[in-house]
Design a protein around this ligand. Structure first.
Ligand code: 0RA
Length: 647
């Protein structure tokens, strides 16, 4: 039990205090239960948690800006101009509201649950959890003409709430430093935070969110504010593809079950980019709101097409996939008591939301189509083309099926399969090139490791339609080997391996092939990424030999370090060291490949995550889409990363 801090006078353990300490102790004992993990992901969750509270204020109409700062010691400050957390003493708990917010689980400073627009949900565990998991946390509130301050250490109050003086305006400032006793990673990633805040700014029209990184020589700052809200979001996501109608379709509707906002636009591409949110949380796994949206799109577009005699045969109809081809769409709903389900708790379970979304979209989309006949015609024409291509693909697939190419147990000839068949144990390496494939086949543990060599550049699936995708040999080999189908027919349970490991050369071509493969999985087997099945192998860049000893370096820094160590700090490479730069996997013999890259005991593999599907999607489109300009922009902006790929 914690001691009462020295400066707070006589110890006073009330039952309330003991409850509080027990609560926060529980958080410190099982942090994963509250923030999901204690790795990088959990570390970032702390910031989201605090910012979510500010966004709640914004949603309630009381806050216009949020400023986030990453300090040089990786502590964080979040400032908002909301009403400020209440500082008056709670009549029952006999403590200032701000203290309850900081110490009582799930209090979040909200004493009345009447607030409809709560962000909460995936995070929403309350700022007390951040407090419990921080070495220190300071909160400053401006309210009622004064400024107030309080400090905690590992969740324990070390200073009573103190009035610092008079002040104008209102707002809340929370600063904290994550606890190294809890987290395995303490360094914040600017890009992860930044893209999350951009998403937040899109979802909360007009709200200004700034993020400032003070860790480098020069501070870096990004400011996000979108007067267009999710319309701007759709325009951002669609960037890189050619729109087929000028204006983004948008509506906002209030229903008893949910507040609904939708923005969408069609482009000439062949993929669908739908992103759904519930109370600002990205529902990667979809759920009832998405089901309602899909049903409404299919129904309303078919109704319009029939009414306007745009379908050739009376009995023809467009499928869901047809009407979503080339669609970029953001659906944002706000629900009073969201039920999150699914593997990553990002699937909306509330069944009543389905009908609400379906009804609203049916109604509003029908109006829009009627009022925009030119756009409507483009959309129907596009869907009809998709239907024709799909019919062609079905024929191609039937043919392929007959040849046992996609299904029916015949595995691709190039696959060296493993002997075990339990996918919790097995893994497949997708290897660039036949020579590396040969080494991998010899070096592997054949009981659980399968090898599929693929030839150079696979098809760019972003640009190709389904019928073409399926006619590509490399792609077909991957689909058959994995055995879980693609797109809507994808069945994770049927996957023949638990790990899909991409193994490409450490050069520019290798990076390109890796991006192509990731695009393929992202587009055709998204669930595979969502479920965390996809990995990237990390082959070494150098082999440093000294006599009979050999060491492997996976980065430039590591090579320098090894050379220093082997030359007793002199860093002189000439001293009998043999440094080999691996240009390709093919240069490694089977044993080396096993030891450095494939042996689960010693290797490092990177798991591909869907941290932000929206961001990943937009990058894929920018890099792989038809428009050249965004690709050039991206490459220029990221040239420093690109350059590192082939040193
Ligand atoms: C409870 C009640 C009120 C505001 C807040 C909490 C609040 C919490 C946070 C956390 C970060 N920023 C915040 N801003 C406000 C409303 C009090 C009133 O009615 O004035």
């Amino acid at each position: 039990m914690a001691e009462t801090p020295a400066d707070s006078g006589t110890p006073q353990y009330t039952s309330g205090n003991i409850q509080v300490l027990k609560g926060l102790e529980a958080v410190r004992k099982r942090p994963g239960m509250y923030i999901g993990s204690t790795s990088s992901r959990g570390l970032h969750h702390l910031v989201y948690e605090v910012v979510d509270n500010s966004i709640d204020e914004a949603m309630a109409g009381h806050c216009t800006r949020v400023d986030v700062t990453i300090h040089p010691d990786n502590s964080i400050t979040v400032v908002d101009d909301g009403r400020g957390i209440p500082v008056d003493v709670h009549p029952v708990e006999k403590k200032p509201g701000v203290e309850l917010a900081m110490t009582v689980l799930h209090a979040g400073g909200k004493f009345d649950k009447s607030n409809y627009k709560v962000s909460g949900g995936l995070h929403g565990v309350g700022v007390s959890v951040v407090n419990a998991l921080s070495v220190w946390l300071e909160v400053e509130v401006q309210r009622d003409g004064a400024r107030w301050h309080q400090r905690y250490e590992r969740g324990i109050k070390v200073k009573e709430l103190e009035k610092l003086g008079s002040a104008e305006g209102t707002g809340t400032k929370v600063s904290f430093k994550p606890d190294g006793e809890i987290f395995t990673e303490l360094v914040y990633n600017f890009d992860i935070l930044s893209s999350r805040f951009r998403e937040m700014a899109f979802l909360n029209r007009g709200l200004r969110i700034a993020i400032r990184d003070e860790r480098g020589a020069e501070p870096v700052e990004e400011v996000y504010q979108y007067e267009g809200g999710i319309v701007s979001f759709v325009e951002h996501l669609r960037k890189g593809r050619q729109a087929i109608h000028d204006e983004v379709f948008y509506f906002a509707a209030e229903r008893p079950e949910a507040e609904i906002e939708l923005a969408m636009q069609y482009d000439s591409g062949f993929t669908e980019n739908t992103h759904t949110f519930v109370n600002n949380i990205n529902t990667h796994e979809g759920g009832s709101h998405l089901t309602g949206l899909k049903a409404a799109l299919t129904r309303t577009i078919n109704d319009y097409a029939k009414k306007n005699k745009l379908l050739k045969k009376a009995d023809d109809s467009l499928s869901g996939d047809d009407v979503r081809e080339g669609l970029t769409c953001v659906l944002s709903v706000r629900v009073m008591e969201p039920q999150f389900e699914g593997q990553t708790k990002t699937k909306l379970g509330n069944s009543e939301v389905r009908g609400a979304v379906e009804g609203a979209v049916n109604e509003q989309l029908a109006i829009w189509l009627d009022e925009n006949p030119r756009a409507a015609k483009q959309v129907i024409e596009k869907s009809l083309q998709a239907a024709r291509a799909r019919e062609a693909a079905r024929k191609a697939r039937d043919l392929a099926r007959k040849k046992n190419a996609l299904e029916g147990g015949v595995l691709p000839g190039k696959l060296a399969d493993c002997s075990l068949s339990d996918p919790t144990l097995t893994e497949i390496f997708i290897v660039e090139g036949d020579s590396a494939g040969g080494s991998a086949k010899q070096g592997r543990d054949r009981s659980f490791q399968a090898i599929l060599p693929i030839k150079g550049k696979i098809l760019n699936v972003e640009r190709a339609r389904i019928d073409k995708i399926l006619s590509n040999d490399e792609v077909r080999a991957m689909i058959t080997a994995i055995g879980a189908g693609i797109r809507d027919d994808f069945d994770l349970e049927a996957a023949r391996y638990g790990k899909i490991i991409i193994m490409t050369d450490a050069d520019v071509d290798g990076a390109h092939i890796r991006t192509l493969l990731l695009t393929f999985f992202f587009r055709q087997m998204r669930e595979l990424i969502e479920a965390g099945f996809v990995y990237i192998a990390q082959p070494p860049l150098y082999r440093v030999g000294k006599g009979k000893e050999e060491y492997y370096a996976y980065s430039e820094d590591q090579r320098t370090e090894i050379v220093k160590r082997l030359t007793n700090g002199k860093g002189d490479a000439a001293k009998g060291l043999n440094i080999q730069r691996y240009k390709g996997l093919g240069e490694m013999n089977p044993d080396q490949l096993w030891n450095t890259t494939m042996d689960p005991q010693t290797r490092t593999i990177l798991q591909v995550t869907m941290e932000s599907a929206a961001e990943a999607d937009s990058i894929f489109s920018r890099l792989m889409g038809d428009d050249v300009e965004p690709r050039r922009e991206f490459i220029e902006k990221n040239a420093r990363y690109v350059r590192n790929l082939d040193i």
